[in-house]
Each structure stands twice: as structure tokens, then as C-alpha cells.
Design a protein around this ligand. Structure first.
Ligand SMILES: Nc1nc2c(c(=O)[nH]1)N(C=O)[C@@H](CNc1ccc(C(=O)N[C@@H](CCC(=O)O)C(=O)O)cc1)CN2
Ligand SMILES: Nc1ncnc2c1ncn2[C@@H]1O[C@H](COP(=O)(O)OP(=O)(O)OP(=O)(O)O)[C@@H](O)[C@H]1O
Length: 226
């Protein structure tokens, strides 16, 4: 965050009075919003620059880690509702695993924006589903596909931090969704190791994910006490 600003009044010295005091201007919502816009743009540029072969290697590693994780944590996937995502804009492609889990009896759901600025909706996907173009041109199952509530959700990440917070494309959709559903699904962030940030400067609306997976494996996991 920028520190070279001019002040209309003398700088606040509260930090020298109370060591626990932290200058709220450093985390003011406007500053955070601007920082997020810049950071998203940088991370997306870096991601777009990956070679196809590098992205493939990463996607393969992620699928292997996810497969192991699901088996270890949940045992059989049969009958479990798991939401994936249809990859766009250089996101890791997990569609082969999505198809495999479907074959093994998992119930696969995909997210979509049915109405702007409201929680995401999840629709049933099978290999026979005829996808349509949804909001932002993202392929989505058609309206006649069953609406589902996932028990496990995969959330693609533009950026992430060690506390499990996520930076997405800036629509706030996953936060709205997780805030709205009860019980909350087990939420797994899927991202590139290189997209790690020291902090995303969490705001009151940001909901940390249960676990973040990258090509290097489990990057961070929330414990029950957090
Ligand atoms: N592959 C994939 N599918 C996904 C998601 C995702 O991140 N990846 N989503 C995960 O949530 C949902 C779609 N998320 C969206 C997020 C932002 C905008 C959008 O219109 N963004 C504006 C900027 C918004 C703003 O800054 O206020 C834009 O870029 O013009 C659209 C869809 C559901 N499906
Ligand atoms: N639970 C919520 N209720 C209302 N508005 C929300 C909620 N969560 C997020 N928002 C709004 O969405 C905006 C964008 O949020 P944020 O920067 O966290 O997006 P993001 O997580 O990167 O986006 P996305 O989840 O769509 O990929 C916020 O400024 C906030 O106003």
C-alpha cells in the first residue's frame, strides 16, 4: 500500500501511545479495493504468461493432490455433491478429474451467476450436459439442470494468503455464496503456488476457505479453532 501521501492534518501518533494500535488508514476499504484491483491484474498477467505445458503440468499435479485429499478426508465420493468450475482465463483445468469422479458416482455441480450481486447457484453437470454461455461467457449447465447444494466446493483463486483468504475476480460471488448457505460446504481453494500473497487484507465480508490446494500440495488449512 502506498505510504507517500500528503496529510491535511498532522500524522496520527496513536501508534506511539498504544503498541496495539494499528493505523486504520493502512487498511481503509478504498485503499484495499484499489490494491486488490492492481494485485488481481498483476496476478492475472503472470498467469496468462504461463506456457501451455506449464499450465498442464500444474493442472495434473493439482488433480492428483485433490484426488488424494478427497479420498483421505471423505473416503468414497459416491453420492457426494461436489462443485467444480469450468476453467476460464488460465485457471487450472480440473475437468478430467471432474469426469472421473462423475464416473465413480460423485454428483457434480457447476456454479453460475443467475442474478448479479446475489449468491451463486449450482447446477447438476454430467458429461451429457449441453453447456450454455452464462454470465461473463462462462459455460454453464442449462436452466433445466437440477439445482444442487454442494457438500464440497472448489473455488478457483486469483490470489490467496496463508490464512486461507481468497482473491477472486472481484465480484464477491464466493463470499456471498458461503455467507448464504448453511451448513457451509467444505471449501477448497484451487490456485497457483505463485499466486501466494502475504495477506489479501481481509475485509469483514471475506470468508476464509477451509483449505487451499496448489500444485505443491496443501498450501494452508484452517483448523477448528480458527
Ligand atoms: N471458472 C470459473 N467459474 C466461475 C467463477 C470463477 O471464478 N471461475 N466464479 C467465481 O466466483 C463465478 C463467476 N464469477 C464472476 C466474477 C466476476 C464477474 C464480473 O463480471 N466481474 C467484473 C468486475 C466486477 C467488479 O470488479 O466489481 C468484470 O471483470 O468486469 C463475473 C463472474 C462462477 N463461475
Ligand atoms: N456477503 C456479501 N454481501 C454483500 N456484498 C458482498 C458480500 N461479499 C462480498 N461482497 C461484495 O463484493 C465485492 C467484491 O468482493 P471481493 O473483493 O472479496 O471479491 P472476490 O472474492 O475477489 O470475487 P469473486 O468471489 O467473485 O471471485 C465487495 O466489495 C463487497 O461489496
Amino acid at each position: 500500500m502506498s505510504t507517500d501521501r500528503t496529510y491535511a492534518s498532522p500524522p496520527c501518533l496513536a501508534a506511539e501511545v498504544d503498541p496495539a494500535y494499528s493505523d486504520p488508514s493502512a487498511d481503509a476499504a478504498d485503499d484495499v479495493a484499489r490494491w486488490r484491483r492492481d494485485t488481481r491484474a498483476q496476478l492475472r498477467t503472470a498467469r496468462d504468461a504461463l506456457r501451455v505445458t506449464e499450465r498442464d503440468t500444474i493442472s495434473h499435479a493439482l488433480q492428483a493432490h485433490l484426488r488424494t485429499l478427497l479420498t483421505q478426508r471423505f473416503g468414497s465420493v459416491r453420492g457426494r455433491i461436489i462443485s467444480f468450475y469450468w476453467p476460464i482465463k488460465a485457471e487450472p483445468d480440473l475437468r478430467p478429474l471432474m469426469a472421473t469422479l462423475h464416473q465413480e458416482g460423485a454428483v457434480i455441480a457447476l456454479p453460475l451467476v443467475e442474478q448479479k450481486a446475489t449468491p451463486l447457484v449450482f447446477r447438476h453437470w454430467t458429461p451429457e450436459t449441453r453447456m450454455q454461455r452464462g454470465d461473463w461467457n462462462i459455460p454453464v449447465p442449462p436452466p433445466e439442470a437440477d439445482r444442487l447444494t454442494p457438500a464440497i466446493t472448489l473455488a478457483p483463486l486469483v490470489g490467496w494468503d496463508d490464512d486461507g483468504y481468497r482473491l477472486g475476480y472481484g465480484g464477491g460471488y464466493f463470499d456471498r455464496t458461503l455467507a448464504a448457505v448453511s451448513p457451509r460446504p467444505f471449501t477448497i481453494g484451487i490456485g497457483y503456488q505463485a499466486a501466494r500473497l502475504t495477506t489479501i487484507h481481509p475485509q469483514p465480508h471475506d470468508i476464509p476457505l477451509d483449505l487451499i490446494l496448489t500444485e505443491a500440495g496443501i498450501a494452508t488449512e484452517r483448523t477448528a479453532s480458527q
